[in-house]
Design a protein around this ligand. Structure first.
Ligand code: CMC
Length: 424
């Protein structure tokens, strides 16, 4: 924080506004006092607005930097595992070996769902989208733990964090099992977090499931790379919902709903749908042209990002992992994946994409990996939601443990002025 001021002239009025500096990144101008001057700022899409103060994640989009609590995402993806990253996001520091062991054990002790939740799943149509089920089931957790949802109680918040981290893979896998009519698989606590997820997804009660270590490692990387991403649309949704004092499960459910859209978490599913629609390498040029045509709503899914205008550091890690997985599964010649690779090459060289700095984002490669592992496209966003839950929770927790006010944006009103109802 500094005592510097920015000066704003509105008509013949001069308004002084405080300027603050964070530990790194652009300064912010505190516009809160403007309301007393009778003006608001206008920033649809929150392109230039810092809506909160946060010490969790830092992004430098121009230079492709993503730090969690100061640690670069590439280093976390290489040396850490998802649960350790959860601990870091939640607590601010990496755990000691002893704390790490205890945290892993604690999470394992919470992986089962209340058995009555099975009935909840059965209430959904068989063909329901798994995101619809996940949204409902996570919201419904508040009905199971209603006596431990005091947002002002740090201990209760901590238990909720553990429950959410532990139960999300079970919920995600059960959404899938329900949709294909297979029995729900209970978690196995002798497996790692990602192995257990693969077991609940692909195991069946009549035979033992042995998770492939290369695929389990790739899943763990996907979880790490999706764990948090600063004040994106779904995280901001969770914060806004939480600012009303709503319970954490309801807030996370609101994040899941926001993540579902194709411009956000739905993009990895949309990538695979797009590759299927392109169908053949000979059609790629046609689709590139469609993406460039302003009168055509088609966009290249998995390309572009609101903040990364150089490259997405997560996409770099995902790209390498995609190649490892394809090699392990002998899928290097899969036709859809061939289209993806060719599309990536053409788009990276095409002037339209280069000029607008539209690079493949994390979802372009994560979709390819998930497909290769055998996960259906409808589950892609569910896996994103499951990984992002820790990010959402950490932001919610940061907010409710500090000073916060209900989120209440203003507007530029362009509707009719006051008029009288036509009395007949
Ligand atoms: N294909 C074709 N043109 C594009 C694309 C694309 N994927 N993305 C942006 N553009 C163009 C856009 O038409 C505009 O052109 P012009 O300046 O000539 O009008 C320019 O690039 C800037 O685009 P924008 O819409 O102003 O950028 P934005 O920051 O509002 O949108 C985005 C970012 C991610 C929503 C957008 O790039 C997009 O729709 N990408 C495809 C969906 C996708 O992959 N989303 C996943 C994002 S990563 C995961 C996550 O964080 O959730």
């Amino acid at each position: 924080m500094t005592d510097r001021k920015a000066t704003l002239s509105v008509g013949d009025k001069t308004i002084e506004l405080p300027v603050y500096s964070g530990t790194v990144g652009p300064d912010v101008i505190d516009v809160r006092g403007l309301v007393q001057e009778g003006v608001f700022t206008y920033d649809p899409g929150f392109v230039s607005t810092a809506a909160c103060e946060s010490a969790i994640t830092y992004i430098d989009g121009a230079n492709g930097v993503l730090l969690h609590r100061g640690y670069p995402i590439e280093q976390l993806a290489e040396h850490s595992d998802y649960l350790e990253v959860c601990y870091l996001l939640l607590n601010g520091e990496l755990p000691s070996p002893e704390e790490n062991k205890r945290f892993h054990e604690t999470i394992k002790n919470h992986t089962m769902l209340h058995d009555q939740m099975r009935n909840f799943f059965h209430g959904f149509r068989r063909d329901a989208h798994p995101m619809a089920i996940m949204c409902g089931v996570v919201g419904a957790l508040s009905a199971f733990y209603h006596d431990q949802m005091d947002v002002t109680d740090e201990k209760q918040r901590q238990i909720t964090a553990h429950r959410l981290i532990a139960k999300m893979p079970t919920i995600a896998a059960w959404c899938y099992k329900y949709s294909i009519g297979q029995p729900f698989m209970y978690p196995r606590n002798d497996l790692s977090y990602s192995e257990n997820f693969l077991h609940m997804m692909f195991g069946v009660p009549c035979e033992e499931y042995k998770p492939n270590p290369v695929l389990a490692k790739a899943m763990d990387k996907i979880f790490i790379l999706h764990a948090d991403h600063e004040q994106n649309a779904s995280t901001s949704t969770v914060r806004l919902a939480g600012s009303t004092g709503a319970n954490p499960y309801a807030c996370i459910a609101s994040g899941i709903a926001a993540l579902w859209g194709p411009a956000h978490g739905g993009a990895n599913e949309a990538v695979l749908d797009m590759l299927a629609e392109i169908g053949d390498e000979s059609n790629i040029e046609k689709y590139i042209e469609k993406a460039k045509d302003k009168d055509d709503p088609f966009r290249l899914m998995g390309f572009g990002h609101r903040v990364y205008k150089n490259f997405d550091p997560r996409a770099k890690v995902m790209r390498e992992t995609a190649h490892e997985v394809l090699r392990e599964l002998g899928l290097e010649n899969d036709p859809l994946l061939k289209i993806a690779q060719r599309l990536e090459k053409i788009a990276l060289e095409d002037e339209y994409f280069v000029e607008r700095k539209l690079y493949p984002n994390v979802d372009f490669y994560s979709g390819i990996i998930l497909k290769a592992i055998g996960i259906p496209t409808s589950m892609f966003t569910v896996i994103f939601a499951m990984s992002r839950t820790i990010g959402w929770f950490s932001h919610w927790n940061e907010m409710v443990s500090g000073n916060y006010r209900i989120g209440r944006p203003r507007q530029l009103y362009t509707g009719p002025t006051k008029r009288d109802y036509p009395v007949k």
